[in-house]
Design a protein around this ligand. Structure first.
Ligand SMILES: NC(=O)c1ccc[n+]([C@@H]2O[C@H](COP(=O)([O-])OP(=O)(O)OC[C@H]3O[C@@H](n4cnc5c(N)ncnc54)[C@H](O)[C@@H]3O)[C@@H](O)[C@H]2O)c1
Ligand SMILES: [Zn+2]
Length: 396
């Protein structure tokens, strides 16, 4: 007897759909001035006739410098009561990387928003640096599988780079940004006023990403930074404003047009200088700010690009000179740390960079100022020679 019965043909579907993402990015000065319509208009964007529930979290570093902020927000909401329903007094959360260490604040803020009855049409507003935005952004992305999130970035880095993008997250098991999601915000509202109380160190550090994006995408922007390095180093309002706007534009263009906004491929094309930067941050126990590590990483990979014959001789010195005139120090002794096997610890940053992304090793180098180029191999001897070059420059 034949036991093999004819079976129904296997059914196979390839489900495909596209989602359109859209978020407003606005630049303003004095966002909670009662006559400034920016915030109200964003809240009213889709249902202008309704009153909208809004909860606000403020970075403690911002709250310390702007003690009147809470009363300004309350006055603003009163002036726009037909549109905005502030469900609770603005709440202060710890500023800086500490808020991202582990899930503690994810649980706390999620619980708080749940108790306040926030739904998928309510708004969670975060006012603060990149760390607070990353954490609150994750909470907003996961509560009810995503509620509307308005970012009000208050640092150079967050206004120019992190706040503009589509990522959020927090650190877990000792690994930076291990848990997180890709979730476009509802809106990003950059208020230049906040930058006036930022530490000089954070102003300079935030410019690291601008130099990076200029180097790989926009040579004219690099020349502009070069010509205005003095004004930028002195945190001149106009110069800083231009730097932030141009850097934000380049990031937005990358996200919208490069074809991989949620980073599914093996490349992170905007992460020039980052393979060593991430490693340096952890080797120094985060004593180096992200932007400071990125500046070192940019100089290192510029020298490496010259050694590989990709970038003309002398451009490495030019790039390093610009970074130094902005106020960066291009050396940290962590570059010489050895691991348990006696190997240079920074080199393992290459492997870790690849592991984070998966797939083939892909490192962005420079083929010119304003021209990034991807390579899939790194020569360890040339990396060590580049580190040595940085060391001898800093010793001079
Ligand atoms: N999501 C992304 O795509 C992305 C991209 C790059 C970096 N990041 C993350 O961003 C974080 C770094 O952000 P950052 O550079 O903004 O630093 P930060 O958030 O750590 O803030 C630095 C310090 O400045 C204080 N502060 C913030 N605004 C202030 C103001 N206006 N006046 C005075 N003090 C103020 C904060 O309280 C904190 O102490 C890191 O966690 C990094 O991983 C995220
Ligand atoms: Zn970065």
């Amino acid at each position: 007897m034949n036991v093999l019965q004819p079976i129904e043909e296997t059914r196979a579907y390839d489900q495909v759909f596209n989602i359109r993402c859209e978020y407003a990015v606005r630049f303003t000065d004095g966002i909670f001035e009662p006559l400034n319509p920016t915030f109200r208009d964003i809240v009213a964007k889709y249902e202008p006739q309704r009153r909208h529930r809004v909860a606000v979290f403020i970075d403690s570093g911002v709250a310390d410098e702007w003690p009147q902020l809470t009363s300004e927000i309350i006055a603003y909401v009163r002036a726009h009561a037909a549109t905005i329903d502030l469900v609770a007094l603005p709440e202060i959360v710890p500023g800086g990387e500490q808020i991202k260490h582990g899930p503690e604040y994810v649980t706390r803020l999620t619980r708080r928003l749940f108790d306040l009855g926030m739904d998928r049409h309510s708004y969670v507003v975060a006012i603060g640096g990149g760390a607070v935005l990353d954490l609150v952004g994750f909470v907003a992305a996961t509560l009810h599988r995503g509620i509307r999130h308005i970012r009000i970035p208050t640092t150079v880095l967050a206004q120019a780079d992190s706040g503009i993008g589509v990522k959020n997250g927090y650190n877990a098991f000792g690994v930076k940004n291990l848990i997180g999601s890709f979730a476009p915000p509802f809106a990003v509202l950059n208020d230049a006023r906040f930058l006036r109380t930022l530490d000089r160190r954070d102003v300079i550090s935030g410019m690291g990403e601008a130099v990076k994006v200029a180097l790989i995408r926009d040579g004219e922007f690099f020349q502009w930074i070069e010509a205005h390095a003095n004004a930028l180093a002195n945190a001149d309002d106009d110069a800083l404003h231009y730097l932030i706007v141009r850097c934000a534009e380049l990031h937005m263009r990358q996200i919208a047009t490069a074809g991989d906004p949620f980073e599914t491929g093996s490349a992170r094309p905007l992460d020039y200088g980052h393979w060593s930067a991430h490693k340096l941050e952890s080797l120094t126990g985060y004593a180096l700010r992200h932007g400071e590590a990125v500046a070192i990483g940019c100089a290192l990979d510029a020298r490496y690009s010259v050694l590989q014959g990709l970038l003309p001789e002398g451009q490495d010195e030019r790039i390093s000179g610009v970074l130094e005139s902005l106020g960066f120090r291009l050396w940290d002794s962590a570059l010489l740390h050895r691991d348990d096997n006696g190997q240079f610890a920074v080199i393992s940053g290459l492997r870790e960079f690849q592991e984070h992304l998966g797939g083939e090793l892909t490192i962005t180098l420079l083929a010119g100022i304003g021209r990034g180029i991807e390579v899939h191999e790194m020569d360890e001897h040339a990396v060590l020679a580049s580190i040595d070059w940085l060391r001898s420059r800093s010793a001079e």
